[in-house]
Each structure stands twice: as C-alpha cells, then as structure tokens.
Design a protein around this ligand. Structure first.
Ligand code: NDP
Length: 335
C-alpha cells in the first residue's frame, strides 16, 4: 500500500481547511482537526484522518452544526452538563474540561454529561487530560448498533468504548481505552478498505455464522469482547451514555440518522475523581506505582497507553504516514 508522509502540522492544516471549507467555523474546525491529529500522532488511525470524510459529510449535510456553541450548566453540586449544540464532540469536550476539573476538586468526584453532539472519536484524550490534571478519569460513549447481544445475531449495542486514566508522578499517566466489541468498528472498516481479514472473534455474518471477511461482518454484527461479558459492558455503556443523561441509545441514534450515513448523534458520560479528597494524594499515587512496578516485573508485559506514548514521540519527529488513497480522497474534498 502506497503511503504519503506528512508532518503533524501539515495534517492539521489539511483537516482544518477541509472542515472550514465545508461549513465549520474556525473554533469547531480547530477542535475537531486537533482531535483527529492527536489520534494520528498516537497512531490510532481509526480515529484520525480516516474520519475526516465522515466529519465533512456530517457538516455538508447540515446535520452537524459547524458553528456549535456548547453551553455549560450545573445540574447538581457534582453534576455538570454540557449541551453540545449539535456540533462535533471535541469543542464541547474542550469547553467542559475546566468546569469538570473544578467540580471534581470541589466535591471529590464529579460527573460530566455531554449531550446533543456527534461523537466519532476515542476516549483517551479526555481521560488522559484529567489524569494530567491529577485526577482519575472514566469516560464512556455509545454509537450505532453494531454489536449483537450475547447469543443474538442482530446488531443492537454500539461498540461502546470505555476509557480510564490514573495519574502517575513521573511521565504520562496510566491510560486504557477500549471498545466493548472484540475490535473497534474503524478497524473493521480499515481492514475492508485494505483487503485484509479480521479475527474470527470480531463478528458474524447476517446468517449468524462466524467469518473473517470484514465486509460480511459489516453486513452482519460485531461481537462483544469476551463473549457475554463484553456484551454486558456494552449494555452498561448504553445506559450510562444514553438514558441516564437523556440521550439516544445506539439504535435510536441510527433511527435519528435515518439512513444518511452520518456520524452518530448522542452523548458522553465522564467521571472525574480527585485523589486529594480521599487522603494524601502523594501516598495514593505512590501506592498505585507499587502495582505498576509489580506488573512490569513480568517479561512481555507493558502498560496500556505505552504504545501510544511511544508513537507520539516518533510522530513528533517523523510525521505521520497515511494511505495514498486516503490522502487523495481528502485532497478531493478540498474546494
Ligand atoms: P485496542 O484493543 O487497540 O486497545 C485497547 C486498550 O488496550 C488500549 O488502551 C491499549 O493501549 C491496551 N493494550 C493493547 N494491547 C495491550 C497489551 N499487550 N498490554 C497492555 N495493554 C494493551 O482498542 P480498541 O480497538 O478496543 O479501541 C480502539 C479505539 O476506538 C479506542 O480509543 C476507543 O475509544 C475507540 N472507539 C470509539 C468508539 C466511538 O463510538 N466513539 C467506539 C469504539 C471504539 P495502547 O493504546 O497503548 O495500545
């Protein structure tokens, strides 16, 4: 596969100009482009420039508000709500970060509900930012019905990711961020684009039969990771990022899209916990380090997040590589 090598700045400029040319104002375009380039920089390609045509399509269709002005409200002493004004999630998340941190420091724990926005991305940027501020973070969001309930063959739950971050005294925090499906939707789409197979655990065809063909999985249903356990976690995320905050379940988001093929509209729930309200924060964080030291004593073990942090250092220096076909597609979006 031919690839094009570009700097992170050039990739950002490309994404920003595409978004502004198709109806985003500067503030919304900057936040969305930054989030895509963060993903590219950490080699999380399924949430990088690969998503740009989807973002552009969402704004062009008028479904996504490219001039969204998210608003922040306090629903209770430890509950913050941000209405995303029908825009892309990154601007609402950026605006919500400060109020969530303040609220968590004040109360020990705070919950952020982001509603009325279009989420396409990973969870790690939000929880990592919380851990950089000294807090523990948990984030969840739903998407479209892609995953069959355990034992079923019809897609009902989203691939519903969960992100978690824990602050560390030196260097980047501990972060994991994973779909509740066996593999993320974007990975299946990329495998289909690149003519590759997917693991047999990834999903089933419309007839319920196992397959490694990504195109057949895309027509059928994905499976939860670890069988019924992943499916239950997907159901938990549906409830927390849907009914709890007055937002769509994944199948409702699909109905709302009405076949337009745009990004899913919905919500995100983020929980921030301040260790300082549970005791001496230095002791608490040092105690966590004791766990990491034990984990890393074993051969072949790494901490979740480490691959991304290493990739980040490399792409800062070397730039990123994107498939030539994607590069050409993006160039063709420019007017
Ligand atoms: P992966 O399976 O690639 O990775 C999941 C987590 O496990 C990561 O934190 C990863 O760290 C860690 N990990 C992987 N291998 C190891 C290992 N050998 N040892 C220790 N830790 C390891 O992610 P998914 O495919 O499940 O999800 C990909 C992304 O897609 C996520 O960012 C998720 O938020 C996003 N997503 C978004 C959705 C949405 O609707 N918005 C829906 C579904 C997924 P590392 O990153 O360092 O490899």
């Amino acid at each position: 596969m031919s690839e094009v090598n570009i700097t992170l700045q050039a990739a950002y400029d490309l994404a920003f100009s595409c978004l502004t040319q198709h109806g985003c104002n500067d503030e919304n375009a900057a936040a969305a482009a930054h989030r895509m380039i963060q993903a590219e920089g950490d080699k999380c390609h399924a949430h990088g420039l690969f998503r740009l045509p989807w973002y552009v399509g969402g704004v062009k269709s008028g479904r996504v508000n490219g001039s969204a002005q998210p608003t922040v409200n306090k629903l209770a002493s430890s509950v913050v709500k941000v209405d995303g004004d029908n825009g892309f999630a990154p601007l609402a998340q950026k605006i919500a970060h400060g109020p969530l941190v303040d609220c968590a420091r004040e109360n020990g724990i705070a919950v952020l509900a982001i509603t009325d926005m279009f989420h396409l991305a990973a969870m790690w940027p939000e929880v990592e930012a919380l851990a950089e501020a000294g807090l523990c973070g948990i984030a969840v969001t739903a998407s479209y019905p892609y995953v069959a309930p355990a034992g079923g063959i019809k897609a009902l739950f989203g691939t519903n990711p969960m992100g978690f971050a824990w602050p560390r005294p030196d260097g980047p925090p501990l972060v994991f961020d994973q779909a509740s499906s066996a593999i993320a939707r974007g990975e299946i789409q990329i495998a289909a684009r690149d003519g590759q197979r997917v693991p047999v655990t990834a999903g089933i065809g419309p007839d319920g039969q196992a397959t490694t063909d990504p195109n057949v999985v895309l027509q059928g249903a994905q499976l939860g990771f670890g069988g019924y356990k992943g499916a239950s976690l997907a159901m938990m995320v549906e409830l927390l990022a849907g009914p709890l905050i007055g937002e769509f379940l994944s199948f409702e988001a699909e109905a709302d899209d009405a076949g337009r093929g745009g990004p899913p509209k919905g919500g995100e729930l983020i929980i921030a916990i301040d260790p300082a309200r549970f005791g001496n924060p230095e002791h608490i964080i040092a105690h966590g380090e004791a766990l990491f030291q034990e984990v890393l004593k074993q051969d072949g073990v790494r901490l979740p997040g480490d691959r991304r942090f290493k990739a980040r250092e490399l792409t800062k220096r070397d730039g990123i590589k994107i498939p030539e076909s994607l590069y050409n597609e993006i160039m063709s979006l420019r007017v």
